[in-house]
Ligand binder design. Structure first.
Ligand SMILES: [Zn+2]
Ligand SMILES: [Zn+2]
Length: 164
């Protein structure tokens, strides 16, 4: 892949992959081959790792909206999938090997960020009212109210929330 085809945001991502790879190489005192970095990940997924191809794919749309998260979390997250495969072979995607890499090598909480994507795409909020004013409920809570499974009260005034 030619660097000249990359815009500045993509270059930042590639540079971060290189940096993370350096960190891992230093940690394990072993050289890891630089993965192919592509920006063709589609859908709600932030990124993915092709283990056999030694390839990382990032979602351009999400990347531009969440560049900080990509640099801090998504790049090391995906790279750890490749590293886990190189070091341990076929292991569970977010299993203990991957978690250890995240924690020990990159000092990151081994969380899956797939929640971020879902929240972003389906993070619809529903407006409810109490005496203090409007309050936003998540779709999950809203559905519970609709199904009469749960009632919610305002934490400040204590009145029961009703759909606006
Ligand atoms: Zn993952
Ligand atoms: Zn209130």
């Amino acid at each position: 892949m030619q660097k000249s085809y990359l815009d500045p945001t993509m270059q930042q991502i590639v540079a971060r992959v290189e940096q993370c790879l350096d960190i891992a190489s230093a940690y394990f005192k072993q050289a890891f081959e630089m993965p192919q970095v592509k920006f063709n990940q589609r859908g709600k997924i932030a990124g993915s790792a092709r283990l056999q191809l030694n390839e990382l794919r990032f979602n351009q749309v999400l990347m531009r909206d969440n560049l900080d998260t990509f640099l801090s979390d998504v790049v090391p997250h995906e790279l750890c999938h490749l590293l886990a495969f190189r070091l341990f072979g076929r292991v569970r995607p977010h299993g203990k090997e991957w978690q250890t890499l995240m924690r020990e090598v990159f000092h990151l909480k081994p969380a899956t960020y797939h929640l971020m994507d879902v929240t972003k795409v389906s993070g619809r909020k529903f407006t409810y009212m109490c005496k203090c004013g409007p309050i936003q409920l998540s779709i999950r809570r809203h559905n519970k109210v609709v199904r009469k499974v749960q009632k919610y009260r305002c934490l400040k005034c204590g009145t029961q929330l009703v759909a606006a």
